[in-house]
Design a protein around this ligand. Structure first.
Ligand code: ZN
Length: 75
């Protein structure tokens, strides 16, 4: 779970729902700076597996090779 300061409830940068938000980790790259707990966990899980949460995430943060893999272009 996020180990940040007590969250303020606001609009999540990813799912757009009003929830308590947590600061994204800088090493995740270009991601919404404030995320609700489920979205925060999705990014944490994806980065732990060296993958991406969705196409936008891959487009913003993947290398060309990773992006091709994510899109199935190297199959
Ligand atoms: Zn969210």
């Amino acid at each position: 779970m996020p180990e940040t300061r007590p969250p303020a409830e606001d609009t999540c940068g990813r799912c757009k729902q009003t929830r308590p938000l947590f600061a994204a980790k800088t090493e995740w790259g270009r991601v919404p700076p404030l995320l609700c707990s489920p979205c925060w966990s999705r990014y944490a899980d994806a980065r732990a597996r060296n993958t991406f949460v969705d196409f936008n995430d891959a487009f913003d943060n993947a290398t060309d090779e990773q992006l091709s893999d994510a899109l199935g272009l190297n199959a």
